[in-house]
Design a protein around this ligand. Structure first.
Ligand code: NAD
Length: 268
């Protein structure tokens, strides 16, 4: 007889978008360790297969770990992906985490309109569709509680002198819509919180910085801790928000930045 799942998310069904990437994959590993059934969602099928293999390798006792290819900017695909959890009993947790920062994103003058539209489609509409279909699923499956976590960024809180205007605006929208949904759905027991990561030590950023020491220092100097964050440090915060330990935390902007947004000057 299969043993009962144990852990901080025991028996919960969780969907993670951008699940093949840095924060999403670390979160999937933690969720699986803590007893959740996990649906990994991403735009890249080969990356999803690799991610699933990694979760199963690191968490041999994992419950269900499945994958689904989905472009979060397409509502029909998000709807079908969320509905794929109905045979599991419906989702309890959704982490709307997929997002892009395009290389051609720039300032007010330099950002091409198509890059603005693409960024908004994925980073804002994708989060809206995830929230919408999560609410419909929680209602359909008669859940008394649910946890929705949306990834924003510290650039939703502080300006960046290295411009990425569409990205910054999109993450501000994620904060605003999450706050409103938290209030609208509070009496249904559905909690909405946002995650604001600082720049991370992920291959994406580190490859881009390369051996360029001044470029690296331009950013590193702003961290009181003197270092970039790690994806696992974001995942730990997401785990808390997803769990019942955060049952009275709603509409919160969880800033995981080593104190970066609180700094005027940093220690020498
Ligand atoms: P990542 O690029 O490793 O992961 C993002 C994932 O989203 C990728 O696997 C990608 O394939 C997927 N994706 C992209 N477009 C998609 C789409 N249309 N539909 C479905 N999936 C799609 O980056 P990450 O650092 O793990 O970023 C995760 C989230 O954290 C993003 O929203 C990002 O904006 C945010 N964030 C990252 C940092 C950082 O420094 N890495 C800082 C602040 C916020």
């Amino acid at each position: 007889m299969a043993s009962e799942p144990k852990g901080r998310l025991a028996g919960k069904n969780a969907l993670i978008t951008g699940g093949a990437g840095g924060i999403g994959l670390e979160t999937a590993i933690l969720f699986a360790k803590e007893g959740a059934n996990v649906m990994l969602v991403d735009i890249s099928e080969p990356a999803l297969e690799k991610a699933k293999a990694k979760v199963l390798q690191l968490v041999p006792h994992a419950g269900k770990v499945e994958t689904k290819k989905c472009d979060v900017s397409k509502e029909d695909q998000v709807k079908a992906t969320v509905e794929a959890l109905d045979p599991w009993g419906g989702l309890d947790v959704i982490f709307n985490n997929a997002g892009i920062m395009h290389a051609r994103d720039d300032d007010a003058v330099g950002t091409p309109e198509e890059i603005w539209d693409l960024t908004m489609s994925i980073n804002v509409k994708g989060v809206w569709y995830g929230c919408k279909h999560a609410v419909l699923s929680l209602r359909r499956n008669k859940k008394a509680k649910g946890s929705i976590i949306n990834t924003a960024s510290v650039v939703a809180l502080v300006g960046s002198a290295t411009p990425q205007l569409a990205y910054t605006a999109s993450k501000g929208a994620v904060l605003a819509l999450t706050r409103e949904l938290a209030i609208v759905h509070a009496r249904e027991g559905f909690r909405f919180n946002s995650l604001c990561p600082a720049p991370l030590n992920t291959p994406l950023l580190q490859d881009w910085l390369g051996d360029d020491v001044p470029k690296r220092m331009r950013r590193e100097i702003h961290f009181p801790s003197g270092r970039f964050g790690e994806a696992i440090e974001q995942a730990q915060a997401v785990l808390f928000l997803a769990s019942d330990e955060a049952s009275f935390i709603n509409g919160h902007e969880m800033v995981v930045d080593g104190g970066m947004t609180k700094a005027y000057v940093t220690p020498e």
